[in-house]
Design a protein around this ligand. Sequence first.
Ligand code: 17E
Ligand code: FE2
Length: 410
Amino acid sequence: MLIKNVHVNNQADLVDVQITDGQFTAIKAGIKVRPNEQVIDGQEKLLLPPFIDSHVHLDATLTAGQPEYNETGTLFDGIRIWSERKKSLTKEDVKRRAKQTIMKMVGHGIQHVRSHVDVTDPHLIAAQALLELKHDLKDQVDLQLVAFPQEGILSFPNGKQLMEQAVKEGLDVVGGIPHFEFSTEYGWQSVHFLMALADKYDKLVDVHCDEIDDPMSRHLEVLATEAYERQMGDRVTASHTTAMGSYNDAYTYKLFRLLKMSGLNFVANPLVNVHLGGRFDTYPKRRGVTRVKELDAAGINVSFGEDDVQDPWNPLGDGNMLDVVSMGVYVTHMMGYSQLQNSYKFVTTNAAKTLHIEDQYGIEVGKPGDCILLNEQNFYQTLNRHVEVLYNIRHGRVLAETIPAHTTLH
Ligand code: 17E
Ligand code: FE2
C-alpha cells in the first residue's frame, strides 16, 4: 500500500508512506508506485498512528437506562445501578454490546483499547465474554483486559480469590479500587495485595485510584511506593486520581517527588470525571479532574480515556477520542497553540506508553503498518472541525473508511 502526500505526526513537510507485508517500509517524498499496489491519495492531510483508548469499561457499555438512568450523576449511583444490571449479564449480552462499541471505535480510528472488566462477580461472566471477544476481534483491535474489582477486593466476598482467578483465566492487567474499600486500611491492604499479585504473575497494573473529591483519599502514595520499591513503575498506571485535584499544594509538591521516582503512568478521563466530579459541592464546584498539566510538565506520562460509552456513569459517548481530547484540553487549561497541536499525544504516543506497546506502535520503518488519515492538515484544525477519520489502516489493510458529510449553503 502507498499513502501519498501526507503530513506525518503534524510535521510541516509532505511525504509518502509505504506499507509492505503489513509493515512500514518507506517514509519519504516521491516514492514510486509498484505494480498492482493499492494507492491512497492523502490529499495533504494528517497521518497519525491509530488512536488508543487507554481506559474504558466495555462490560458496561450501552447499558444506559438499565434498569434506570443515573439521575444524580454520582460515581456511587453509577456503581449501584451497574450492580443491579450485573445480575442479568450473560456472555452473549456482554459480547454483543462490547462489539457494537468497538465497531464505533474502529470507525473513529481506534486500534488499541484497554478495558476494565468487573470481576466482582462470582461467575466472572464479563471476563469470559471479553476474553472471547478479544480473540474474535484481534484483526480489528488489540484489546487489553484489566481485572477490575468494582465493588472492592477486601470489601467483596471472595474478592481476593476472584482477582487471582481472573488473572489465571487470562486477563492482562491487575486493577483495584482502594478509595471504594470499606476503610482506608482495607484500601492500603488492597494496593499491597494487587501489586503482589501482579508481580507474581508478571502482569501490568492499572488501578482506579482515588476517584473521589476527598483530599484525604491518599492511596496514590501507597501505589507509587509499591511501584517504586518493586521497580515496576513503567508497568503501573494510576487511573482517575481525581482526589489530586483537591490535595493541598504542599502535600502535592512532596508527592510529585515520589511520582517521578516511581515512573508511574497516569490516565485521566476528562469527559466522565468532569461529569461525576463536584457532585457533592455547592459552589465553588470542583472540576473532578487530576492535575494533568502539572504531571505533564513534570515529565510524567499521562494519557486520556473515554471511560464510558452510554452506561450508568455516562449516558453519552460514541467511541470518538476527539471528544475526549477536546474536553481534556478545556478542563485542564491546556489550550495554548502548541498544547493544542500536541494534544494528540494523550490518545496516541502517551497512551502507547501506558499500554506498554511502544515497540509495536508509531509510524516508523519496521513497525506494524497501522495509521489513520484525518480530514485536516494538522491536529489544531482536526480539533476545530472535529473531523472524520477518512481511513483507519491496520497492517496495511483498510479497516474503516469514512466519506465526510457535505453541507451546501443556499
Ligand atoms: N467504575 C468506577 O469505579 N469508576 C468509573 N469512572 C467507572 C466505573 C466508569
Ligand atoms: Fe474507569
